[in-house]
Design a protein around this ligand. Structure first.
Ligand code: SF4
Ligand code: ZN
Length: 291
């Protein structure tokens, strides 16, 4: 398969009816993200962006494209205290920050007495999400960032959608929007690559030889949802693109009314209960330690 410029193609897409070489694909990718950002008013050029980097292909792709588009960026890595994995991810994070010549920031969950390896919960990912959301938001707000950017892909959005609809959390769909305006101590959150897929990101990082962590987190659940999604995409090309757009249209139509804004009585951060889930995690973890 040949690119339109004549070189050997590294990327083929039935959605866009296109084949592209290693030189043309990154430009194509950047243009697609630029279009998403403009169409959904995801970012403003004047905003200071804190980019949350896990070390995986998606956050590396997001860093690349936002840098190419000229946004003012700084990187953030959260060390979750996962044996071997966190150290490897941190090493890749340092490589990413060197590659793109961007300032880097590090938060250790251990400094708050938390380590994922010590949290004996069935759903470790849920605790992990709580820790990351809390620390990212607090850091961004305290350090004057306008926006927090995460590398959620269309695969992530569709899987979140299915899981939440199946558990009856219909109002959660509003959180899947590519830009969530901040309020009451919550910093604005954006998902600039929400229309891009994991496969597209993998081609991007491999084509450009960008650093990314290939190891899987030891707590990562099996990939049944992702596999199902891939089957759908293969059987029905453009499924992911069309579906993620439909989700965002739906999210824009849902009116969740006014949030009942409360603040944690321990740390003062915004919370949906008397004590926020981060502080509850610390309390529980401390009890575990005392036993
Ligand atoms: Fe956290 Fe789960 Fe992701 Fe591992 S797989 S980094 S525990 S959310
Ligand atoms: Zn709290």
């Amino acid at each position: 398969m040949r690119c339109r410029c004549g070189k050997t193609a590294v990327f083929q897409s039935k959605t866009y009816r296109i084949a592209l070489c290693e030189d043309c694909y990154p430009k194509f990718y950047v243009n697609l993200v630029k279009r998403s950002i403009n169409r959904h008013s995801i970012l403003k050029k004047s905003e200071r962006v804190l980019v949350c980097v896990s070390g995986g292909k998606d956050s590396t792709s997001m860093t690349y494209v936002l840098k190419e588009l000229g946004y003012e960026l700084s990187l953030l890595f959260i060390d979750l205290g996962i044996k071997d994995y966190s150290a490897k991810a941190k090493k890749v994070f340092d490589e990413i920050s060197d590659t793109f010549d961007l300032s880097s920031n590090l938060i250790r969950a251990g400094d708050f007495g938390l380590s994922l390896d010590d949290i004996r919960m069935k759903k470790v990912c849920s605790a992990c999400g709580t820790i990351k959301r809390y620390l990212m938001n607090k850091f961004a707000r305290e350090n004057g960032f306008d926006v927090l950017a995460t590398g959620h892909t269309c695969d992530d959005i569709i899987i979140f959608f299915f899981k939440n609809v199946l558990s009856g959390n219909v109002e959660y769909i509003t959180k899947l929007r590519p830009r969530l305006e901040g309020f009451n101590g919550l910093v604005t959150k954006v998902k600039p690559i929400f229309e891009r897929s994991e496969q597209e990101n993998l081609v991007l990082v491999n084509t450009l030889g960008l650093p990314f962590l290939e190891d899987r987190c030891p707590y990562k659940p099996n990939d049944t949802w992702r596999d199902l999604l891939q089957v759908l995409e293969t059987e029905k090309p453009s499924f992911k693109q069309n579906f993620v757009r439909a989700i965002i249209r739906l999210a824009d139509r849902i009116d969740v009314g006014c949030w009942d804004v409360r603040h944690c009585k321990i740390c003062g951060e915004i919370s949906n209960a008397e004590v926020c889930s981060f502080c509850r995690l610390i309390e529980k973890y401390s009890q575990t330690k005392k036993m």
